[in-house]
Design a protein around this ligand. Structure first.
Ligand code: AMP
Length: 186
């Protein structure tokens, strides 16, 4: 299994975020689950990539040429694919991955996760999507997603397609057990 992880290009202002990314990476390596990520060596991206590699796992990075310097393209990966732009990056990551998860991060992380989740709703793919709610980081977003549903902008089936987990064990179990709903659109 290959898991695409979207996460901050920053480390956040508390070391616990990088630690939780590293813990997830170590767990993935132990389970033989490979990492697909944005290819940078900064922030939580670097933390999870280093942890998967340290545990003997495989790591596939995809980075736009223009971000190679800014995100310090990781030089120790199993494979680093340099692509033309952000669209190619997301397409390449999506093609490779068997599932998508967002760890704590900023707007780039949100954009990537929301695309994966939206495309799951539309039936463009059947792969699991999850929020990794480390330390309650996404609690306010989850409240807002409830608001979307309450206000009639999000169907219950679609809301349930976004799984929420806060431990490595729970996340991998949810990913492996995911069954897409029979009807996505209606
Ligand atoms: P951030 O969560 O904002 O730190 O960004 C995390 C990752 O998302 C980094 O690899 C960024 O290169 C990437 N990213 C930033 N902006 C975008 C965007 N508009 N579309 C897709 N990815 C982005």
């Amino acid at each position: 299994m290959k898991l695409a992880v979207f996460c901050g290009s920053s480390p956040g202002n508390n070391a616990r975020y990088a630690q939780s990314a590293a813990d997830l990476g170590a767990f993935m390596a132990g389970k033989g689950i490979d990492l697909v990520f944005g290819g940078g060596h900064v922030g939580l991206m670097g933390a999870i990539a280093d942890a998967v590699l340290a545990g003997g796992g495989k790591v596939y990075g995809v980075i736009p040429e223009s971000l190679l310097d800014r995100e310090l393209g990781h030089t120790g990966l199993t494979q680093l694919q340099v692509v033309a732009d952000m669209h190619e990056r997301k397409a390449a990551m999506a093609a490779m991955a068997d599932g998508f998860v967002a760890l704590p991060g900023g707007p780039g992380t949100m954009e990537e996760l929301f695309e994966a989740w939206t495309w799951a709703q539309l039936g463009y793919h059947d792969k699991p999507c999850a929020l990794y709610n480390a330390f309650g980081f996404y609690d306010h977003l989850l409240a807002f997603i409830d608001k979307m549903a309450d206000a009639g902008f999000l169907k219950a089936d679609h809301a349930n397609m976004l799984m929420v987990e806060s431990s490595p064990e729970g996340l991998i179990q949810a990913m492996e057990g995911y069954k897409p709903p029979a009807s996505k659109w209606s």
